[in-house]
Ligand binder design. Sequence first.
Ligand SMILES: Cc1cc2nc3c(=O)[nH]c(=O)nc-3n(C[C@H](O)[C@H](O)[C@H](O)COP(=O)(O)OP(=O)(O)OC[C@H]3O[C@@H](n4cnc5c(N)ncnc54)[C@H](O)[C@@H]3O)c2cc1C
Length: 316
Amino acid sequence: MNDIYDIIIIGGGPGGIGSAIEAKALGLEKILLLEKSDNHSDTIRKFYKENKRVDKDWQGQIVEIEGNVPFSDGTKESTLDFFDDLIKSHKMDAFFNCEVDKITKNEGLFNVRSSKGDFVGKSIVIAIGRMGKPNKPAYKIPAKIRSRVNFNLDKCSEGENILIVGGGDSATEYAVELGKSNSVTLNYRREKINRPNPTNIALIERAFKDATVTPKLGVDIDSLEDADGLVQVNYKDGTTQIYDRVIYAIGGTTPVDFLKSANLALDAQGEPIIKENLESSVEGIYIAGDIAFKSGGSIAIALNHGYRIVKDIMAK
Ligand SMILES: Cc1cc2nc3c(=O)[nH]c(=O)nc-3n(C[C@H](O)[C@H](O)[C@H](O)COP(=O)(O)OP(=O)(O)OC[C@H]3O[C@@H](n4cnc5c(N)ncnc54)[C@H](O)[C@@H]3O)c2cc1C
């Protein structure tokens, strides 16, 4: 506990793993990875469906891998195995079930407070993603139906009548997959689905055509109501429909409280202010992965952040 780490990485998703592997590859000696769940890559484990296709060029963003992590297309399972092997083969200190809640700077060193005690480091990478707090709708979710209103597929079972809300890759992938064994409607507030990557657009258009997914496009939801334990959705066009389950796939929220607890400057939207070298307003604290963006991000981009950050640290 009294060791001083060259780099302390907070968050064991792609941004954190990438930073740790690059730190090892580029020659930093004392590396510590802290992850709040019981294993690495919690977002991939919780939000990707089984056997999900994992695209390197996610959401149409073509990314060349810059560093030492040869990530390529695969599935949820192959991606988790790939990260498992990387962590095991690059020996480093990694603590799981270790949630960080505060970072303070004192005489050029950082004190990182976590559920497993305090750690001291020379540089910090914050790579905690956005999916710890999935985006929620602005309207109220009545308490009685809360268990039927979800943000991932964990609670779904076959044969349910499900509404998916969202118009990005996650929403369309969820809809296409669930449409194979459920009655599925996809609701998006815009008339056209054009945000997902070309593969997902083709798949959802096919699903609409084959009627395995029913489109409900160009209309927002006004409110949700309890209908004898099921979810009544009241749309803004005056129509109403009852579903067994509603799943929102509308991205995640910036962990503002965490960033404030590290004393980082935020812009008017509550996003961290980040320099070109991915350093925050506090010298020595870097931001990697999804929280470096207002929206978007991908595994390959997060891995590249790790490479750029470690190179910047080594150059100082
Ligand atoms: C449904 C879905 C499908 C997707 N499909 C693809 C795809 O096919 N291809 C692709 O490239 N991208 C895809 N993405 C996006 C991709 O998952 C993200 O861009 C990527 O995971 C971002 O990595 P990250 O390290 O920034 O954050 P995350 O992956 O969110 O990792 C953050 C980690 O930090 C941990 N953490 C959070 N708070 C703390 C704390 N206080 N202390 C310690 N640890 C903490 C979390 O438990 C988590 O393990 C998809 C996303 C979703 C939601």
